[in-house]
Design a protein. Structure first.
Length: 290
C-alpha cells in the first residue's frame, strides 16, 4: 500500500486536469445531444486522454531524472526523494501508454495516428540519448502540435469535421507554445547546470519569458477572431477579456522580480490556476449558454 501511495503521488493530477480542459471543451462544442451512450463515450475518451498524459509526464520524469537532480524545487517528488525508482517510473509510463492505446483503439482506430505521434514525440523530446528539447525551436513546434492534438482527441469523438477542429485547436497550440516558453524560463538555471541548451539557455531567460506572454496575447487575439468568424460560440471570448489584465499583472510582477527559478515557478503555478479558471468558465458557458 505504501508503494501505491507513492505511485499515486507521482501522477501530476493538476497538470493533467488543466490539459483535459482542451478535449472537454472540444467535446462540449461538438456534442449535439447528451444521453447515456454519448455520456459513456465521453467518459471513455477522458480516461484514455488522462492515461496518455500520465504516460507523458511519467516518461518525462524518467528521462529527465539526471537533470532534475540539479533542480532543488523538484527534490521532494517521489522519484527524486527515492520513494520510487527510475525503473518503476519507466514501467508506469509504458503501462499508462499501453492502456491508453487500447482504449483509443476501442473508441476508433483513427485516434491511433494522433496518439502514436504524441507518444513518439514525447519520447524523442525527453529521452536522454535524443533530447529534442536541446534542439533550438524544436520544443515549441512539438508543444504546438501536441496541444492541437489535445483538442482533436476530444473533437473527433463526436465531429467528423477535421478542418474546424484544427482551426479551433490552433488556439490551444498557441497556449502550448506559451507554456513552453515559461517552463523553459523557469528551468533555465538548472538546465544550464545540466548543460541542456534549451531556447531559454540559448536566447536568454528574460527574452523567452517575454516571448511567452507575447504568444499568450496572440492566442487571445486568435480566439476573438474565431468568435467573430462564428467558428466557436461568440460569448466564450468574454472570460479572456476579463482575465487578461490579471494575467498581465502576474506576468509583470514576475518580470520585475529577480526572475529566479522560484519566482518563475510561482508565476507558472498562478497562471495554471488562471487557466483552470478560464477552462471552467468555458465549460460552464458551453453547458448553460451563459
Amino acid at each position: 500500500m505504501e508503494r501505491l501511495k507513492y505511485y499515486f503521488k507521482s501522477v501530476r493530477w493538476f497538470e493533467i486536469a488543466v490539459r483535459m480542459g482542451a478535449p472537454a471543451i472540444a467535446i462540449l462544442i461538438a456534442l449535439q445531444e447528451f444521453n447515456l451512450v454519448t455520456g459513456f463515450k465521453t467518459l471513455h475518451a477522458f480516461i484514455a486522454f488522462f492515461l496518455l498524459w500520465a504516460h507523458g509526464y511519467a516518461f518525462n520524469e524518467w528521462g529527465g531524472y539526471s537533470f532534475d537532480k540539479l533542480d532543488a524545487s523538484k527534490a521532494k517528488t517521489p522519484l527524486l526523494a527515492g520513494h520510487v525508482s527510475s525503473n518503476e517510473f519507466l514501467i508506469l509510463s509504458i503501462t499508462f501508454a499501453a492502456i491508453s492505446v487500447v482504449l483509443y483503439a476501442m473508441l476508433d482506430t483513427k485516434f491511433l495516428i494522433i496518439v502514436f505521434f504524441d507518444i513518439i514525440m514525447g519520447i524523442l523530446y525527453v529521452h536522454p540519448k535524443i533530447l529534442l528539447k536541446n534542439v533550438p525551436i524544436a520544443s515549441f513546434v512539438i508543444l504546438f502540435i501536441v496541444s492541437v492534438n489535445d483538442f482533436l482527441l476530444g473533437w473527433l469523438v463526436f465531429s467528423p469535421s477535421i478542418t474546424q477542429g484544427l482551426l479551433i485547436g490552433m488556439y490551444f497550440g498557441l497556449l502550448g507554445i506559451t507554456g513552453q516558453h515559461f517552463h523553459e524560463a523557469g528551468d533555465c538555471d538548472s538546465d544550464k547546470k545540466a548543460n541542456i541548451r534549451t531556447n531559454a539557455v540559448r536566447f536568454g531567460k528574460k527574452n523567452i519569458f517575454i516571448m511567452g506572454f507575447t504568444f499568450y496575447t496572440l492566442s487571445c487575439i486568435y480566439f476573438i477572431l474565431l468568435s467573430l468568424l462564428k467558428i466557436i460560440p461568440q460569448y466564450l471570448y468574454i472570460v479572456l477579456l476579463i482575465t487578461y489584465p490579471v494575467y498581465f499583472v502576474i506576468f509583470y510582477k514576475c518580470l520585475k522580480s529577480s526572475m529566479g527559478s522560484s519566482d518563475i515557478h510561482c508565476f507558472v503555478k498562478r497562471y495554471r490556476q488562471l487557466y483552470g479558471f478560464i477552462g471552467l468558465c468555458f465549460i460552464l458557458q458551453l453547458l448553460f449558454g451563459i
